[in-house]
Design a protein around this ligand. Sequence first.
Ligand SMILES: *Cc1c(COP(=O)(O)O)cnc(C)c1O
Length: 386
Amino acid sequence: MISPKAIESFQQIHTPFYYYDLDLLRATLKEYTSHTSKHGYNAHFALKANADERVVSLIRDAGLGADCVSGNEVKLAVKYGFDPKKIVYAGVGKSDREIKDALKAGIFSFNCESVPEIKIINDFAKSMGKVANISLRINPDIDAHTHKYISTGLKENKFGISPWAFEDVYELFKTLKNIKLQGLHFHIGSQITELGVFKTMCTRIEELQKWFIDRNIAIENINCGGGLGIDYNDPDANPIPDFKNYFDIISKNLIVRPGQHVHFEPGRAIVGQCGSLITRVLYVKIGKEKKFVILDAGMNDLIRPALYQAHHGIQNLTSNKRKLIYDVVGPVCESSDCFGSKILLPTTERGDLVALRSAGAYGQVMAMKYNQRDLAKAYYSDDLLK
Ligand SMILES: *Cc1c(COP(=O)(O)O)cnc(C)c1O
């Protein structure tokens, strides 16, 4: 919930801007870490979901490591004070420079996505006199039942190494001296709300793991990735995702061998609900068939609806008049710059404040300057509610 006091403080701020409810983030982290510590699991926050320094600092202080998908994210994680031994690094296209920088930083694991990549990491590690810890990111061919643009674990997706390539990988390991295989990594998609998918994943992990164990290759680390979804339809009813159910499913279905460590890479589930994009109504345009609410925030500020037909709750924070049906759009010169059509809102007027909810994940980090628009700044409950 966005409190009346917060709404009052928004009146003084130039819109659009991101608002982070840090108390909700703290509560989410407390709940999350209560489960990971109970089960002895390790977690690495997916920095690509949100890279705001104050947000990430709270996550780091809660004891999570960092999950990175680019060299600059690895650098940022180091700059933000994450222990390199808690940094994991995935990505289908790691460049030479990115690999060398990560080797220098001494990260916990390269999550490798192809056979040629493993060879290149070995070459660079050799030239630097190092041994690189690697995990195999495996494509388990599982349907995550999520939007096709955010599904990553199907065999037609570009991510991960498919089981049919295991023989090649095995042969390769016999010859490469500067890599150490220390784990298997899985990340099958994002915004997964059918939790049965995670049960299927555990079964697949066991099948795939056996292939290595049968060849006497010890797997020290199992990384289950991220992907747990949040409730975009009713953020006030479900501000904190159902971590208990998620970890119950994993702990019941994942077979963990003595000495093995289990890792997770949550992104959206940690930060999604604590952020909102706050915007002001510029105009209400009455058409023949539709009424348009035109906001001062656009797809450059929050691209998820345009990029993957995502829905964000739209809330008029300053009107409680009779409800009407509107299309809610941004000012950018693209027809896809639309936050929702046929949305029921209180009668809306120029100057009203509107919140696009659940925008803490893949919101501000994806913002861009298209149409030469300014980047929205961030404000925090800790400051505004003081
Ligand atoms: C994006 C990503 C995550 C986080 O996904 P969420 O759906 O935000 O939890 C985790 N691991 C990897 C490798 C990723 O690319």
